[in-house]
Design a protein around this ligand. Structure first.
Ligand code: UT7
Length: 337
């Protein structure tokens, strides 16, 4: 039987060109550069302009990841996003078609900020089950399409962007081989991160739609606490499966929710702060796009190098979380923006 272990073979990232600084946001909001930097580590972020959708960003990142993998083909396209182009159909089929992959399996994965880890498990599973030999996995978001610009608790944090990886069928022992991906959820806290309107629950509630129901809402303090707890727990489980001690981890790639959350998770794990990668200062929180964006940016500027043992972890609405491991392979990351 030909090998069926999912192996990372390419990585790409795309950020839309418009840079929005903390000072730009402070013009219309009761906030400040000092507050945003101090509480989150964010200095600037990118906003997609009117007329640019999640599919548009996904196509850019997907093109770069395919090019990075030196092949233009894939049997499946998995798109992790919480901001699809439409409530239906899924956005992945359009992305696949625009990449010249019409006919490939294509579907969206909805797990908000944990979306890339859920997508990773799904894409890896397609290869392990023999359904696909090559999968393009994209995390893409236009969070500006659901953020209330008047809500200083979220408007200063979330932003737009896309990152992508190509997985191919290979051997479990080679660099790039994806480790066991730990996933978990706790829907008893579903209201901590929610867009209240637009779904069947609103229709059945009997209440008329409120003016802010289509905006993203987050109970930041509570989410922070759960994020630290769940990301560190999931990371520990992924490390156990890999047979790695914490000291074996060369680079930690956490979802970029907040620099303080990343530091707190590393602290809980007993991981040296110098091994924690970050790009939140220039990207903000890009939800499902954040992990592949960070992989691509860090590989491009050599903070992430072939042979590094990498730990991935993410957490978000649902609540949902996940973690995985891999040894970084010799790939050329392609980034734009
Ligand atoms: O990615 C998916 C998962 N998301 C996360 O993991 C996000 C987790 N949460 C967080 O990162 C943090 O909770 C935030 C960055 C969202 C907020 O930071 P915080 O330190 O938890 O602030 P807070 O919400 O407890 O608010 C503290 C104060 C409040 O004022 P009072 O009540 O103390 O007077 C807020 O009104 O800060 C105020 N505040 C702001 N002030 C200036 C909230 N947002 C802002 C702002 N500028 N943008």
């Amino acid at each position: 039987m030909s090998p069926r272990h999912p192996v990372l073979a390419g990585v790409g990232a795309y950020l839309p060109p418009r840079v929005v600084t903390n000072d730009d946001l402070a013009v219309g909001l009761d906030t400040s550069d000092a507050w945003i930097r101090g509480r989150t580590g964010i200095a600037e972020r990118r906003f997609a302009g009117a007329g640019t959708s999640t599919a548009d960003l996904a196509v850019e990142a997907g093109t770069l990841a395919l090019k990075s993998s030196s092949e233009s083909e894939a049997d499946a396209v998995v798109l992790a996003t919480a901001t699809p182009d439409h409530p239906l159909p899924g956005t992945a089929p359009e992305v696949a078609a625009r990449l010249g992959l019409a006919g490939a399996a294509a579907y969206d994965v909805s797990a908000v900020c944990a979306g890339f880890l859920y997508g990773l498990a799904s894409a890896a599973g397609l290869i392990a089950a023999g359904y696909a030999r090559r999968v393009l996995l994209i995390g893409a978001e236009t969070f500006t399409s659901i953020i209330d610009p008047a809500d200083r608790g979220t408007a200063v944090i979330f932003a737009d962007g896309a990152g992508a990886v190509v997985l191919r069928a290979g051997d479990a022992g080679e660099p790039g081989a994806i480790g066991h991906t730990d996933l978990g959820s706790d829907g008893t806290h579903k209201d901590l991160i929610v867009v209240p309107g637009g779904g069947s629950r609103q229709r059945t509630s009997g209440e008329p739609a409120g003016p802010r129901d289509h905006y993203f809402q987050m109970a930041g303090r509570d989410v922070y606490r759960h994020a630290v707890e769940r990301m560190s727990g999931s990371a520990r489980t992924a490390l156990e499966h890999a047979g790695w001690a914490v000291a074996d981890v060369d680079r930690f790639v956490p979802h970029q929710a907040n620099a303080k959350i990343s530091a707190a998770v590393a602290d809980r794990l007993g991981l040296h702060p110098g091994r924690v990668l970050s790009n939140i200062a220039r990207t903000g929180n890009t939800s499902a796009a954040s992990v592949p964006l960070l992989l691509a940016h860090a590989a491009a500027d050599r903070r992430l190098r072939p042979g590094h043992r990498v730990l991935l972890a993410a957490f978000g609405g649902g609540l949902a979380w996940g973690a995985s491991t891999l040894v970084w392979p010799d790939v050329t990351a392609l980034t734009e923006g």
